[in-house]
Write a new protein. Structure first.
Length: 365
């Protein structure tokens, strides 16, 4: 009994120390990236009524006269904000970055009743949410247009929005661009199968073969089971993004998310019920190439060359067909699906070049 009490006491002390360490790191990081109140910058954290519910926006930038960029996170249902302090601080000199925790995601999830919001979490509704947010940002910052950056699922949302409302978009930036999810899964599966074979891992190779036919064509429990297994093997062979120790520590120590906020990632699940309508659309309906390759706005893709979650060759192939006033494809060597974290300096070079080009175009007009 005494030994048990000693062990429990030790664990309690360890937990307290961990919480204190995390809080210290949060405070230290917040002080390091603090935007001076007397400057022309902004660090605004707010809930705004969008689409009939309370949705979370986080604005940061060193000069509110700079262009405004709305970051559409991936998933669906996976906010990038807990990691933003690791990559976006250099951006804030050139652009005001606005993060949005989408419907049924992150801080927005906790500020509403998920049971009521889930039936409304559809692609059409989130495109309309995006429209309302862009109109809100235009008014808040006195801008005619907003830059849209979409990552992964956010690149689907960004592409749909940019095609529907080109008059509101200064430029579209696709990061880890999705063209067709079934093609993504087919190519990604073939790559991990090849990797397992080249590694001489017969167990992995046979386990992957047992998943054929892959991918299934209907989004159901069988597809979720197979998707989950393929992602596991893709992460093992470094072909897909996943939770690493570094990412987890960065998120826990984020000055933008509290430990209470971080609960979301433990209850949402990779294919959680809150995003099922969107997953069904992605896997059964979305095909960017069928929507036409003509865009009325500048289009830029930034893609990690080692990204096999949204495969680099597929994005490159579709991009070659695009007709736009200006288009450029930026390849990031040795980067995977989250290129802004994998190769920060190379990604920033690409982004800053895009911002310079779009600002020149805006000035010329």
């Amino acid at each position: 009994m005494i030994v048990l009490l000693i062990v429990l006491g030790g664990l309690l002390i360890l937990m307290v120390c961990l919480v204190l360490f995390v809080q210290y790191k949060k405070k230290k990081k917040a002080n390091q990236i603090r935007i001076t109140p007397m400057s022309n910058g902004i660090d605004c954290r707010e809930f705004v009524t969008i689409g009939g519910i309370s949705q979370y926006l986080h604005h940061r930038g060193e000069d509110i006269d700079n262009p405004v960029m709305l970051f559409l996170h991936g998933g669906p249902g996976e906010p990038i904000l807990p990691f933003a302090q690791e990559f976006q601080i250099p951006w804030e000199k050139r652009v005001t970055v606005v993060h949005w925790d989408q419907r049924n995601s992150g801080k927005t999830y906790f500020n509403n009743d998920p049971k009521q919001v889930t039936p409304t979490t559809t692609v059409d509704r989130i495109v309309q949410d995006t429209y309302e947010i862009v109109e809100y940002l235009k008014k808040k910052y006195n801008k005619e247009k907003i830059i849209i950056l979409g990552h992964s699922w956010g690149s689907v949302l960004g592409s749909l929005f940019s095609k529907k409302y080109p008059e509101l978009v200064q430029a579209y930036i696709g990061v880890g661009q999705v063209v067709n999810m079934i093609d993504n899964e087919r190519v990604g599966y073939e790559k991990v199968l090849e990797s397992a074979k080249e590694a001489g891992n017969d167990n992995d190779y046979r386990a992957l073969l047992h998943l054929k036919p892959y991918p299934p064509l209907a989004f159901d429990d069988e597809m979720i089971r197979k998707l989950t297994k393929v992602r596991k093997f893709q992460r093992k062979y470094k072909l897909s993004a996943g939770p690493t120790t570094e990412l987890i520590i960065n998120a826990l120590c984020s000055p933008f998310y509290t430990l209470k906020d971080m609960r979301y990632f433990f209850i949402s699940g990779a294919f959680g019920d809150g995003q099922r309508h969107i997953w069904k659309y992605l896997m059964e309906s979305f095909d960017l190439s069928s929507m036409g390759a003509t865009f009325e706005i500048p289009v830029f893709y930034i893609h990690g060359e080692q990204d096999w979650q949204t495969p680099y060759p597929l994005a490159q192939e579709f991009f070659s067909t695009i007709n736009a006033p200006l288009k450029l494809f930026y390849s990031i060597p040795d980067a995977g699906h989250i290129a802004m974290l994998d190769r920060k300096e190379k990604f920033n070079e690409a982004l800053f070049d895009i911002l310079e080009r779009t600002n020149v175009m805006a000035t010329a007009k």
